[in-house]
Ligand binder design. Structure first.
Ligand SMILES: *Cc1c(COP(=O)(O)O)cnc(C)c1O
Length: 385
């Protein structure tokens, strides 16, 4: 009844067929929104589904579609990216310790420091590009290491294979927040990670209209543990949101191609612009970082940051842009610009922000699918004068 779990297709074909084959009654090509809490039992026994907190056919279809992109043991969907980080940490025990990459998403920092410390789970922020620093902080109680590469917002590259070996040698697990690259460009499980975590709100859904998150698990045991926990705590994604995610997912591969090609052109344009001091983009990174990135990824992605020579110009820049919209979030079809120092990374204490290079002149750009000439003209006009 359900499609072959891992058809031997390219990601473009897999994503286009997201959800196909999940309507056994009418063969609907678009998976129906199974807006139901409960399911009539076929007899005295339970059927395939019994209660939607536990599982729902629309959510199941979206989980399968994401899972097969990475050949995971199983995938779980949650109501937001932060819910997924929460679940991963909540399955640990009091006294356990977590390491997080120091230039992670601001919300990841906040939840470790403000929330989990109260429950007796300690954490450290480390530079995960430096294996020695990671090794120094891996203690007997360290259970989980959370890494982002390329990181947010400075697009720094951490070595995933080496990190996986190091973390496993210490009996801990490695979770990679792969929101920026998606499985179209980077497959953490193939590189040794235990979990690939996605804010599906971003590229996977891609239209700035739904919040969701995915955790793809490497082993059946990990999947069972998270699935049992999710069933007990109840933060799984609802059927409408799962349907929007499925719909967005169908075009992920072509959106990625277009967004990346726009981003590469914009990165080069900005790197030659008089008002810009530095551009942060994996393709323009120093040789060692670029080589490391391309040894573990299939492209450069569509996120970039740049540093203005005159930091105060950021207000005028954001005011003048017309196509590129000032808004937080990323990965959607519309280009968005943010000012990490005051917006996405505001939660991080000022000295730490400075240490990380998140300073007032830094801008983060999520490049969309608009025509490249319109994007270049918009930036050129807004940076003028
Ligand atoms: C947005 C984001 C998150 C948080 O996801 P939400 O869906 O907003 O809860 C986590 N990690 C990264 C890299 C993100 O960009």
């Amino acid at each position: 009844m359900f499609p072959n779990k891992f058809p031997d297709w390219h990601p473009e074909s897999l994503t286009a067929h997201s959800g196909v084959g999940h309507d056994p009654v009418y063969g609907a090509i678009s998976t129906p929104v199974y807006q139901t809490v409960t399911y009539q039992h076929p007899g005295s026994e339970l059927g395939a589904y019994d209660y939607s907190r536990t599982e729902n056919p629309t959510r199941h279809a979206a989980q399968e579609a994401i899972n097969r992109l990475e050949k995971g043991a199983g995938t779980l969907l949650y109501t937001s990216g932060m819910a997924a980080i929460t679940v991963l940490v909540q399955t640990l025990e009091q006294g356990d310790h977590v390491l997080v990459t120091e230039d992670a998403y601001g919300g990841t920092y906040r939840i470790m420091v403000d929330v989990f410390s109260k429950f007796g789970i300690s954490s450290n922020m480390v530079n995960t590009r430096d294996l020695n620093q990671v090794a120094e902080h891996l203690g007997p109680k360290t259970r989980l290491v959370i890494v982002e590469t390329p990181s947010n917002p400075l697009l720094r590259i951490s070595p995933l294979r080496e990190l996986a070996d190091l973390v496993h040698a210490h009996n801990a697990e490695l979770a990679v927040d792969n929101t920026f690259m998606t499985a179209i460009r980077q497959r953490p499980l193939e590189l040794g990670a235990d979990y690939a975590v996605y804010s599906a709100t971003k590229y996977l859904a891609g239209h700035n209209d739904v919040m969701a998150c995915a955790i793809v698990c490497k082993t059946e045991d990990q999947y069972q543990r998270l699935n049992d926990f999710t069933n007990a705590t109840g933060s799984a994604l609802g059927p409408w949101d799962a349907w929007l995610l499925l719909r967005g997912l169908k075009t992920l591969a072509i959106r990625m191609d277009r967004q990346e090609s726009n981003a590469r052109t914009i990165a080069r344009f900005l790197s030659e612009h008089d008002s810009v001091r530095t551009v942060y983009y994996p393709e323009l990174a120093e040789d060692s970082a670029r080589t490391l990135h391309m040894g573990q990824a299939l492209g450069y992605g569509a996120m970039l940051s740049f540093l203005l020579k005159e930091p105060d110009r950021y207000i005028a820049l954001m005011d003048r842009l017309k196509i590129i919209l000032p808004a937080v979030s990323l990965g959607g079809v519309e280009s968005l610009i943010t000012h990490p120092y005051n917006e996405t990374h505001r939660e991080i204490p000022e000295p730490m922000r400075r240490h990380l290079g998140i300073i007032p002149g830094l801008m983060r750009l999520s490049v969309g699918i608009e025509h490249i000439d319109d994007l270049l003209n918009d930036l050129s006009d807004a940076l003028r004068g």
